[in-house]
Design a protein around this ligand. Structure first.
Ligand SMILES: [Ca+2]
Ligand SMILES: [Ca+2]
Length: 120
């Protein structure tokens, strides 16, 4: 989470259901940067009152397909998916989290292809 001057004031890893708690943050307006290892980054505006924010984000709120984590979905990610297709050894391109890399993951990537994550 970053303030308006782009200083990181707090970080947290969500629970598997996507919920998070950020404590010890001064009241004010912040940009919350959210990224799954294989998704594009989202920037969400939050207002903190009382020194903490409790929230949640669903995986369905994130655009999946970024296999190499560089915040863009392009041919590099497609190459990783191609190398892992029906293999099971590299789970980075398992975008729908069903423990296999197959045409469903290619479909997820295709829907978000050539997009980049949001910047703060
Ligand atoms: Ca990428
Ligand atoms: Ca999959």
């Amino acid at each position: 989470m970053a303030s308006d001057t782009s200083v990181v004031v707090a970080t947290d890893t969500t629970t598997p259901d996507g919920s998070y708690t950020l404590n010890g943050v001064a009241d004010g307006s912040y940009k919350l940067l959210v990224k799954h290892p294989s998704s594009l980054r989202r920037v969400i505006n939050v207002t903190i009152t009382g020194g903490a924010v409790v929230g949640g984000i669903a995986i369905s709120d994130l655009l999946m397909g970024d296999a190499n984590g560089d915040n863009t979905i392009n041919a590099f990610d497609l190459g990783i998916l191609g190398g892992a297709f029906n293999q099971g050894s590299d789970t980075r391109p398992d975008f729908n989290s069903d423990a296999t890399v197959n045409a469903f993951d290619l479909g997820v990537m295709g829907a978000n292809y050539n997009q980049s994550g949001e910047n703060p």
